[in-house]
Design a protein around this ligand. Structure first.
Ligand SMILES: Nc1ncnc2c1ncn2[C@@H]1O[C@H](COP(=O)(O)OP(=O)(O)OP(=O)(O)O)[C@@H](O)[C@H]1O
Ligand SMILES: O=P(O)(O)OC[C@@]1(O)O[C@H](CO)[C@@H](O)[C@@H]1O
Length: 307
């Protein structure tokens, strides 16, 4: 079973205005409230692919209840720890460009934090925990490491999609896959990454530090996959972008779900790119039919041997 862990879920409030008047009154052309938070997005895409999974993490308040209802109505398995604070609302403003304003997240009390660790310590060998997204400030960056230790002690595996210190701390614990986008990768290494060679070099350094697969997503420019033995590249399939929020999470869902089901790293890579692009071309996350339509368009090229 795949478990997704979202420490900081959200309702994503997608707001479309024509031209943004800063300091003035703007009227919305369109708005949409979607379940959000990176792990929750992974769960929703896995579910659409027909892959059994359980969404866990923290939910609270009226927003948390709404999210839980939405996930229940979609038929997604849930095992959230319910907290006192309100789950955040993240604003995704579309005014030509996409601008995101994400909340910090509610306060998580110590007993609530301990409860999630207890739940994850019940995973079984063969299970995979997908840990995604930001950490509410009250938990601190070290919390992910405690969760991972519980998962590993239970004999289960884990994948990680977060940034900064939390990601670096997870590397020695050997994540199945990590997925920085090219901007996050540059930030991790404190440098600009202009060429494919530079991206691959940084990806390899993350392998050396313990990751087992490194996916580098590059939005409309496709993605790179760095494994122990080689580096691969795909272009993104062509299409009209509608809402790219959750494209990276969709990619993780396709990669982890397919790797778990087939054992094929390249099929997992292909599925990941198809899921990511299908989401970018949809208002909400991708539907299975859109993913299947794009899958054959994803051509994978081996570009380098590792080592
Ligand atoms: N504009 C686009 N056109 C085609 N495919 C896209 C586009 N944006 C994203 N994708 C697909 O989705 C994958 C992941 O996208 P991206 O690199 O934007 O991830 P991300 O930054 O983690 O996204 P997010 O944080 O919005 O979930 C890309 O590798 C690509 O396959
Ligand atoms: O603030 P975080 O946890 O880093 O990211 C949260 C978020 O931006 O990520 C998802 C898209 O990947 C959205 O559903 C959600 O609003």
């Amino acid at each position: 079973m795949i478990y997704t862990v979202t420490l900081n879920p959200s309702i994503d409030y997608i707001v479309e205005v024509g031209e943004l008047q800063l300091g003035g009154l703007n009227r919305m052309n369109r708005d949409l409230k979607l379940p959000g938070g990176k792990g929750i997005n992974v769960s929703r895409v896995l579910h659409r692919l027909g892959i059994a999974n359980t969404a866990t993490g923290f939910l609270g308040g009226f927003t948390g209840r709404h999210l839980d209802d939405r996930l229940r109505s979609e038929g997604i398995g849930r095992d959230f720890v319910f907290i006192e604070g309100d789950t955040r609302i993240n604003i995704k403003l579309k005014a030509g460009e996409e601008t995101e304003i994400n909340g910090q997240g509610p306060e998580i009390r110590e007993a609530e934090a301990e409860e999630l660790i207890t739940r994850l310590s019940r995973l079984k060998p063969g299970d995979i925990a997908v840990l995604s997204g930001s950490v509410p400030p009250s938990l601190g960056a070290g919390y992910y490491s405690r969760l991972i230790e519980a998962v590993k002690k239970a004999g289960a595996d884990f994948a990680m999609d977060t940034t900064g210190e939390a990601l670096l701390n997870a590397l020695p614990l050997n994540p199945l896959v990590i997925k920085p986008n090219h901007h996050e990768l540059a930030e991790l290494f404190g440098t600009e990454l202009r060429t494919e060679e530079e991206l691959i070099r940084c990806g390899r350094r993350l392998l050396e530090r313990g990751a087992r697969h490194v996916l580098i997503s590059m939005a409309g420019e496709g993605a790179l996959l760095i494994t122990e033995s080689a580096a691969y590249r795909t272009a993104a399939p062509a299409g009209t972008v509608r809402n790219s929020v959750g494209a990276g999470d969709s990619m993780i869902a396709g990669f982890v779900g397919t790797l778990d089901a087939t054992g094929s790293v390249l099929e997992a890579f292909r599925a990941g790119v198809a899921c990511g692009s299908a989401t970018a071309f949809s208002d909400d996350l991708a539907e299975r039919s859109d993913i299947e339509r794009l899958r054959p368009q994803v051509e994978i090229r081996k570009i380098a041997h590792t080592g």
